[in-house]
Design a protein around this ligand. Structure first.
Ligand code: SF4
Length: 287
């Protein structure tokens, strides 16, 4: 079995998040692409329904950003989805997020990271050249406090990559960290949207962080599981739990509040390893 990363390896917020949660998960999902048929949660139907709604919402937002008139879009007869969609249109029509008019939906940004590549797939980039570079991320899950998002790996990856790879959307000019801002917009609670500006200091910190992280990943050989006393908390929503521990039960979802933060935030489309097993497949679509 392969037990080290290939060179070049494509890092993304999804696989780095796996690494930060559990090195063994990174090994199984992102190096060995190990398919494992355990459900992510139970009831599985609830999880799948939430994921499917999110996917549809995401597709609608993408079509809207491409310029398709809202009247021409087919919104399924699903009350929750209809509410989200109306909120989204209100925000867009009134430009409540104050987004610049030059917009690029579903945009891939890539930058070298040592011998490897770091990738971010933004729901929307909105640019005022040489002035503002906004990355917008639409979330269908429960709102997350700004303190948690400020240090989350997605925020760190997206803002960092925007500086290094964003010039093509900025009239060829380098993007300065202070031009960059990340917005998380929550369909369930638009008033709790989070705006996270960036700074030179944060960029420098991220630069060192990512270089150190990649070096550590390259040198890893054991890819340990989480500690015994963490397994009930961390492993219950991981598809590899029966491979690592027989006794950990599937995490249960009783309502939308139960979605754990890492699962919710990791429903993102920037992981290119679509064959990386059930967990990573679950990550393929944020909505
Ligand atoms: S079950 Fe737990 S220890 Fe095993 S890969 Fe998943 S998170 Fe890691």
């Amino acid at each position: 079995m392969i037990n080290s990363i290939a060179t070049p390896f494509t890092f993304s917020q999804s696989n780095l998040q796996n690494w930060l949660i559990c090195r063994r998960r990174f090994l199984y999902a992102d190096i060995q692409h190990l398919a494992y048929p355990a459900p992510v949660t139970q009831p599985l139907q609830r999880y799948e329904q939430a994921q499917q709604r999110g996917e549809i919402f995401h597709q609608l937002a993408h079509q809207y950003a491409l310029g398709i008139a809202p009247q021409a879009l087919q919104v399924p007869d699903d009350e929750g989805l209809q509410v989200w969609w109306q909120r989204f249109l209100q925000v867009q029509d009134a430009n409540l997020l104050n987004l610049p008019l030059r917009r690029f939906p579903e945009t891939l940004l890539l930058t070298p990271l040592g011998e490897h590549v770091l990738l971010a797939k933004a729901d929307l980039i909105a640019v005022e050249p040489r002035s503002r570079f906004i990355i917008a991320d639409w979330k269908s899950g429960q709102p997350v406090p700004s303190q948690q998002l400020a240090t989350h790996i997605q925020t760190r990856v997206y803002r960092y990559v925007a500086v290094l790879a964003g010039s093509v959307y900025n009239d060829g000019e380098l993007v300065h960290p202070e031009q960059v801002e990340m917005i998380y917009w929550f369909a369930q609670a638009p008033e709790k949207s989070v705006r996270l500006p960036y700074s030179v200091q944060q960029f420098n910190d991220d630069h060192q962080f990512f270089l150190n992280l990649v070096r550590t990943i390259q040198e890893e050989q054991a890819f340990p599981t989480v500690f015994e006393d963490e397994k009930e908390r961390v492993c219950r929503f991981c598809v590899y739990r029966t491979r690592c521990w027989h006794e950990v039960k599937t995490g249960e979802l009783t309502n939308d509040q139960d979605f754990p933060l890492d699962l919710e935030l990791s429903w993102d489309g920037d992981d290119l390893s679509a064959d990386a097993g059930g967990f990573t497949q679950a990550l393929e679509s944020e909505f």
